[in-house]
Structure formats: structure tokens, C-alpha cells
Design a protein around this ligand. Structure first.
Ligand SMILES: CC(C)(COP(=O)(O)OP(=O)(O)OC[C@H]1O[C@@H](n2cnc3c(N)ncnc32)[C@H](O)[C@@H]1OP(=O)(O)O)[C@@H](O)C(=O)NCCC(=O)NCCS
Length: 223
């Protein structure tokens, strides 16, 4: 409990204002998702105005209790754009798990982008399965991006086409991920490489690992 002084007054004011932003943002968030035909689970929260664009015939599904921070005040680490979730072709699919957090995160699918549960996307992260400009012969083909459960993407991380990140792994700030990253590691850099194994796990990651072992598939999910 804070003592009653100018600091606690400022803090209380900030907390009340933040809750107000969430209420207003969440109202608009659910409305925008309904407009765009985005399937949004219960208990999601929005701060600022997330942008959605679902190409006709494509699918965007978002799990329960996800948080979208789309304004600079939403995350003091520095969000410099709204969250933007889009599908770019009629066969594209974006599937986001439960309890994920997004801060100025851009997710765009020409084919498929899948995120597991409890994925933390730091400020201004980009996840895309394509080089965009499909008409340009210098572009490669779109390839699915699959991010496991309880993955943490550091601020400004970029995940490019065809990448799989295994459960529980951490991707360092400003990393550019061009190849698969296994489960339970810290990886960073451009191009992103494994730095060290990770000893800390979550109950969710533990159960996911148990399932992988039971199925005889260690490490990152298989392509
Ligand atoms: C990835 C991270 C969690 C690793 O932290 P850590 O376990 O304490 O690792 P260390 O700081 O000991 O770094 C280990 C090595 O990786 C390198 N490294 C760490 N982060 C890096 C990064 N983002 N890019 C490139 N190299 C990195 C270090 O230089 C060090 O290299 P060295 O062994 O040659 O000296 C941390 O560096 C990071 O990126 N944090 C930012 C998280 C973030 O964005 N949070 C806010 C948004 S949610």
C-alpha cells in the first residue's frame, strides 16, 4: 500500500486513466473484430486502436484473454505503431492462441501464421510469412510461420517466412529470425542464433514438452 502523497495521487490518476483507456479501447476492439469477421475469444483487452484487415474468404482467429497495446501510453517501453493483424489472400490464416500479449505488433499472413498460448510479443515486433510484393521475382514464396507456446519475442524482433520457434524460447531484442529456433533456448541477433539453453520453464511449456516427448518429437515442432 502506497502512503498518501503527491506520488500516490499521480500513480492513482495514471492507473484510473489506463483502465479508462482499456475500457474504451476494448469496446472498439470488439466492434472492429466483429466488423472484419475476426473470431475473437472472451476476455481480450485493447489499449488504443488495433487495426484488422481480413481478406475475403480468409480466417483470423484470436484466443481468449489476449491483450493488444496499440498506443504509446499502452506500454512504456515504446510502442510506435498500433497492432495490425491482416490476411492478404483468400487462403491465408492467422491463428493466435490464448493469453497472448501484443504491443504494436504487426502480424500479416499470405499463407499461415500460427501462435501458441501465452506468447509475449514485445514492442513493435513483426511476424510475417511472406516477402510481400509477390509480383516481384526477387520475392521468395510465402511459407508458414509457427510460434510455439510461451514464446517471448523481445522488442523490435522480426520473424520472417518459414520460421518455427519452439515452446518457451526467448528471442532477443531486435533479432531477425530467418531460420527455425528450437524449444527452450535463448536466441538473438541478426541472423538470430541460439545463445544458450533455457532452464526456466512454465507449467504450460512443461505440459507441451511432455506431449512432444510422448509423441516422440523433441525440440521445435516439425515442419
Ligand atoms: C535475450 C535476452 C533476454 C538475454 O538476456 P540474458 O540471458 O541476460 O543474456 P546476456 O545478457 O547474458 O547475453 C548473452 C549473450 O547474448 C548476447 N545478446 C543478448 N541479447 C542480444 C540481442 N538482443 N541481440 C544480439 N545479441 C544479444 C550478448 O551480447 C551476450 O553475448 P556474449 O556472450 O558474446 O557476451 C536479452 O538480452 C534481451 O534481448 N532482452 C530484451 C527483452 C525485451 O525486449 N523486453 C521487452 C519487451 S517484452
Amino acid at each position: 500500500m502506497f502512503p498518501l502523497n503527491a506520488d500516490s495521487f499521480r500513480h492513482g490518476f495514471y492507473v484510473i486513466g489506463r483502465r479508462g483507456h482499456f475500457l474504451w479501447g476494448t469496446f472498439w476492439g470488439y466492434l472492429r473484430c466483429a466488423w472484419w469477421g475476426v473470431q475473437l475469444g472472451h476476455g481480450c483487452r485493447f489499449h488504443g486502436r488495433a487495426r484488422f484487415r481480413r481478406y475475403p474468404g480468409s480466417r483470423v482467429t484470436i484466443g481468449e484473454k489476449c491483450t493488444f497495446l496499440s498506443s504509446p501510453q499502452g506500454n512504456l517501453i515504446g510502442v510506435n505503431r498500433p497492432c495490425m493483424i491482416s490476411t492478404m489472400t483468400s487462403r491465408a490464416q492467422v491463428q493466435l492462441g490464448n493469453a497472448c500479449g501484443f504491443s504494436g505488433t504487426v502480424i500479416a499472413a499470405f499463407k499461415q501464421v500460427v501462435l501458441g498460448d501465452e506468447v509475449i510479443c514485445g514492442a513493435n515486433t513483426l511476424i510475417t510469412d511472406s516477402d510481400w510484393h509477390p509480383e516481384d521475382p526477387r520475392s521468395g514464396l510465402p511459407l508458414p510461420v509457427i510460434i510455439g507456446n510461451h514464446v517471448w519475442l523481445g522488442v523490435n524482433a522480426t520473424i520472417l517466412k518459414g520460421v518455427r520457434v519452439g515452446d518457451n524460447s526467448v528471442i532477443g531484442a531486435c533479432s531477425v529470425v530467418t531460420h527455425d529456433i528450437p524449444a527452450d533456448v535463448i536466441a538473438a541477433g541478426n541472423p538470430c542464433k541460439v545463445i544458450k539453453p533455457l532452464e526456466i520453464t512454465s507449467p504450460l511449456a512443461e505440459s507441451a514438452r511432455g506431449l512432444r516427448l510422448a509423441l516422440g518429437a523433441g525440440g521445435a515442432p516439425r515442419r
